[in-house]
Design a protein. Structure first.
Length: 256
């Protein structure tokens, strides 16, 4: 490893990390060289281990541990995706018709994934939820399915309402748990689960009101002036119940 001037002097490659001309990089993957050298990007190419010094044997053990963790996370992601799809396919399990709307339990695996696997993985499972919502409202439409299906409404904003709030369920749940777990892990699960679920309810119903307000009011036989209190009523009743039940189940499962 050279310094920037290629003269072999001691070089600082990160805070408190110095190497000389014979500095060593350990990697479990081949390093592609162009013209017999490669510039090292400190942000992308170097991963500093938590210990100040480490033996080669320990480094290899660390790499094996990381690889096993990646495999484990991939397996869990596959499991959560399979659960979401199964819940969609089983009648009255994932989507439960209540009046003009469909109540859902699909937010629960999304919340659990966000807490157990992390915010990015939770967002990924939320994406599966969102796409499932779009598909089910397209192939099994109700009076109000147009707000979730761009194929019915002819508007991409339907896809936005169907997908974005569901992605944010897992992200918000995982982010809040990540930020609060060091103070109180149990309370972090409760806060992340509850606010993740409420994120879905508020954004979906808010999107309905601001994007499809007049069309939605007409579809359910209400005046536009009565739509806002109607949706607030849904948030404070069935929406709140969904969040509470989802929080209880998500916390119990996440602690296993």
């Amino acid at each position: 490893m050279h310094d920037d001037e290629f003269n072999g002097e001691i070089t600082c490659i990160a805070k408190n990390i110095h190497v000389n001309f014979l500095g060593t990089i350990l990697t479990d993957k081949p390093i592609k060289l162009e013209n017999e050298f490669r510039f090292v990007d400190e942000d992308k190419d170097i991963e500093f281990l938590p210990e100040q010094g480490i033996k080669l044997q320990d480094f290899l053990a660390y790499q094996r541990k990381m690889n096993k963790q990646k495999t484990k996370n991939l397996s869990f992601m596959s499991l959560f995706i399979a659960i979401e799809i199964l819940m969609v396919m089983v009648p009255f399990l994932g989507f439960i018709p209540i009046g003009p709307l469909r109540a859902t339990t699909l937010h629960i695996p999304v919340i659990i994934a966000g807490i157990v696997l992390g915010k990015k993985q939770g967002a990924g499972i939320g994406l599966v939820f969102g796409i499932s919502s779009l598909v089910i409202n397209t192939i099994q439409p109700t009076l109000t399915s147009f707000v979730f299906s761009p194929f019915i409404s002819k508007s991409l904003m339907s896809a936005f309402i169907a997908i974005v709030p569901r992605v944010l369920i897992g992200y918000i749940a995982g982010l809040l748990f990540e930020k609060l777990k060091d103070k109180n892990e149990f309370m972090a699960m409760i806060v992340g689960s509850f606010l993740g679920a409420m994120t879905n309810t508020v954004l979906v119903l808010g999107g309905i009101y601001f994007i499809f307000g007049s069309q939605y009011a007409s579809a359910i036989g209400k005046d536009l002036s009565a739509l806002f209190p109607y949706l607030i009523g849904i948030i404070t009743t069935s929406g709140l119940l969904e969040a509470i039940v989802g929080t209880m189940i998500a916390v119990m499962v996440s602690r296993i």
